[in-house]
Ligand binder design. Structure first.
Ligand code: HEC
Ligand code: HEC
Ligand code: HEC
Ligand code: HEC
Length: 317
């Protein structure tokens, strides 16, 4: 009994430190977005993100992970909610309404939904309107650094106990181009053909995505307490893999932000060293700078060619 209580207390602390993906008070829910984004909504309804609402709690694996974490019902647990579910409403009225939904990726909408949604914005106000939307919490799909950071806040699992004790996967074999251009892709508002992201955007996604991955792996390692556990060893493997790619991209492009990232990663990494956060901060700022570069990154095309198939089936229009 005592043991169980301890687990619950440790968990609620952990829950509190989990990066809040969406603030339930400010979530409008996918039905609201569907009013104007019906096609994007139909596409989302075919994804693992939509389905996890039903599949995760129903799976034996979900039940087993929860049990190992001392959780009775994953749907009610803030830890599981933070990456698998959308919670909407204030205080005691908060309710689980969906799986990973629009606002998990584009930001909780209450403060920007009206700001962003005017058709044919006056030319002299467009920039100000988008700036206001972003300041109010919108993650625009063109802001590649914000987009990648948000995907990876779920796709790298930064909770040591969940991995080592719960035996949850430490995250996905995530690569932003392949992961965004398969089942997730819903480029159907500004054009009707669900076209892929432009080649320029794919180059940036490739490089910025891997820099953010290295950044997150460093932060995860800074917090790790058991150097031999699955959590620390998998984060080290992730860091090594991302670091090798950053080095190749730096060499191919000679871009200063990629060079800076490669140099930052050329240091020894000691598990549990809080100093790793400073290296992560440097990587984050290089990634942010790179995401708005207008340099020609065509040297990355040979790496794009080597990526595997997009993850999941593209929705055919
Ligand atoms: C009243 C209609 C309306 C509603 C409701 C609405 N949108 Fe939009 N949305 C628009 C319009 C119009 C645009 C295109 C604006 C433009 O390009 O000037 C847009 C564009 C977007 C974009 C692309 C932004 C970009 O950078 O080009 C995203 C992402 C988006 N909406 C997400 C959402 C989400 C998430 C919700 C629900 C929380 C939502 N929208 C609700 C009308 C709406
Ligand atoms: C930091 C984010 C994060 C947290 C917290 C988290 N998960 Fe996951 N979970 C993921 C991701 C990402 C995947 C997909 C991994 C992959 O690509 O294989 C996943 C996959 C799973 C799967 C396998 C796929 C499925 O849906 O059947 C189960 C089961 C699961 N999680 C259960 C849980 C439970 C139970 C909790 C709470 C104790 C939890 N998760 C907390 C991110 C998270
Ligand atoms: C897994 C994260 C994720 C979810 C969930 C998600 N989006 Fe997106 N959204 C993206 C990404 C990534 C892009 C840009 C993709 C690209 O450039 O190829 C995007 C692009 C868009 C665009 C711009 C489309 C265009 O034609 O330019 C709109 C509008 C949009 N999303 C609305 C929504 C709505 C509404 C929902 C819920 C029904 C939703 N999104 C769910 C990640 C997501
Ligand atoms: C709120 C947390 C969260 C965010 C943000 C998020 N994902 Fe996910 N994603 C998940 C979880 C959880 C799963 C596993 C769902 C399942 O299978 O039950 C998943 C699954 C996926 C899958 C299917 C993987 C497979 O094995 O088939 C793809 C592709 C994907 N995500 C891409 C993205 C991209 C791209 C972004 C950012 C634009 C993103 N995700 C943002 C939580 C998230």
């Amino acid at each position: 009994m005592f043991r169980k209580l301890m687990t619950v207390t440790a968990l609620s602390l952990l829950g509190a430190s989990v990066q809040a993906v969406s603030d339930p008070d400010k979530v409008m829910g996918p039905d609201e977005c569907a009013e104007c984004h019906d096609v994007e909504t139909s596409i989302w309804e075919e994804t693992h993100h939509f389905n996890t609402f039903e599949t995760m709690p129903a799976s034996d694996e979900g039940v087993d992970i929860a049990e190992r974490m001392g959780i009775d019902d994953p749907v009610e647990a803030p830890l599981c909610q933070s990456c698998h579910l959308t919670v909407m409403g204030e205080g005691n009225d908060a309710e689980v309404i969906a799986g990973v939904s629009c606002e998990s990726c584009h930001g909780a909408g209450a403060d920007w939904i009206d700001v962003h949604s005017e058709e044919d914005k006056p030319a002299d106000q467009v920039d100000a309107i988008w700036a206001e939307s972003e300041a109010a919490g919108m993650i625009r799909p063109g802001n590649i650094h914000a987009l990648a950071s948000n995907c990876l806040s779920c796709h790298i699992v930064p909770q040591e106990a969940l991995v080592n004790t719960g035996q949850h996967t430490p995250g996905s074999d995530f690569e932003l181009v392949t992961y965004s251009q398969g089942e997730v892709r819903h480029n159907t508002y500004h054009s009707e053909d669900n076209r892929p992201a432009s080649i320029e955007k794919q180059r940036l996604m490739l490089a910025v995505g891997v820099m953010v991955e290295a950044e997150r792996a460093l932060r995860a390692l800074a917090e790790a307490t058991n150097a031999d556990g699955d959590y620390a060893t998998s984060m080290q493997a992730r860091l090594k893999h991302a670091g090798d790619r950053i080095e190749q991209y730096a060499e191919a492009t000679g871009h200063p932000d990629l060079n800076a990232a490669a140099q930052n990663l050329a240091t020894d990494v000691a598990v549990g060293d809080a100093g790793l956060n400073a290296i992560a901060d440097n990587l984050a700022s290089s990634a942010k700078n790179l995401s708005v570069t207008d340099a020609d990154l065509a040297a990355l095309d040979s790496f794009l060619d080597q990526l595997g198939e997009p993850k999941g089936d593209v929705y055919e229009m």
